[in-house]
Design a protein around this ligand. Structure first.
Ligand SMILES: Nc1ncnc2c1ncn2[C@@H]1O[C@H](COP(=O)(O)OP(=O)(O)OP(=O)(O)O)[C@@H](O)[C@H]1O
Length: 249
């Protein structure tokens, strides 16, 4: 398993009265798998990503990255974990505006104190179809191209997992499909493990599996998701939440 979370609980505020953002989540993410995490607003999706990334500490439970228990690592070790073993893709790209595409891709290696091999950077930019734009600044690239640079950057350290938070949320649907095909291919062809939070059933249909969260708990999983099946399950979950059926403990 690239990543495993066991009995993960994250309570914000008072232990008894606080918000249980995650309430006993057990999940494994196999190497080379592409998982979509879905659920209503406030269901715990971002908290799950933050815990896996080591940005947030679980209240209870364990997190294993490449089989190593990282739950109790100190701040410094978790910063290193984020730099070297976790890749990030955000909705709003988060590229450094004053660095070229190639320099942005190389940045995680530099931050990790490693040498940025120009051939690796070039190969990654070729892989995302941007070899010709290596010297361009983000402002000179379209949104879809900027997201491709961000994806190449996320892959540069060969991380255990790439965490993508609404990676297509800011893109038109045709560009979004290109990005999703790229992520799909990275999992299938390069064996890159990907976990993607999304609200979009089309985006989720590119994944191998969808995990549905409600109130910090797993409310269902779907293998080989289709757009219609995902949309149907989301409507069903919304109904459960609206009637309060999902919040009984
Ligand atoms: N720092 C915090 N302090 C207090 N409560 C928090 C904090 N972060 C999240 N929460 C609460 O934890 C719950 C889960 O939040 P989370 O952001 O993980 O949900 P989400 O599924 O990502 O939602 P969205 O789809 O709206 O982004 C929510 O009730 C939220 O209000």
């Amino acid at each position: 398993m690239a990543v495993q979370v066991r009995r993960l609980v994250r309570v914000y505020g008072d232990h008894q009265l606080g918000v249980r953002a995650l309430d006993g989540v057990d999940l494994g993410f196999a190497r080379g798998s592409f998982t979509a995490v879905m659920g209503p607003s406030g269901s715990g999706k971002s908290t799950l990503l933050s815990c896996v990334a080591g940005l947030d500490r679980p209240t209870e439970g364990e997190i294993l990255v490449d089989g190593e228990n990282v739950t109790f690592w100190n701040e410094e070790a978790r910063t290193q974990l984020r730099r070297e073993r976790i890749g990030f893709v955000f909705q709003s790209f988060h590229l450094m505006p004053y660095l070229t595409a190639a320099q942005n891709v190389a940045l995680p290696l530099r931050l990790a104190g490693r040498k940025a091999d120009p051939r690796l950077v070039r190969t990654l930019l070729e892989h995302v179809g941007l070899a010709e734009r290596a010297g361009h600044l983000p402002a000179e690239l379209s949104g879809g191209q900027q997201q491709r640079v961000a994806i190449a950057r996320a892959f540069v350290t060969s991380p255990a997992v790439v965490l993508a938070d609404e990676p297509t949320g800011a893109l038109d649907s045709a560009t979004a499909k290109d990005i999703l095909r790229l992520l799909r291919g990275a999992a299938s062809d390069l064996g890159q493990t990907i976990v993607m939070v999304t609200h979009d059933p089309v985006a989720a249909s590119y994944a191998d599996r969808v995990v549905f969260l409600v109130d910090g708990r797993i409310a269902g999983q779907m293998e080989h998701p289709t757009v219609d099946a995902v949309a149907g399950q989301l409507a069903h979950l919304d109904q459960l939440v609206a009637t309060g059926a999902a919040v009984t403990r």
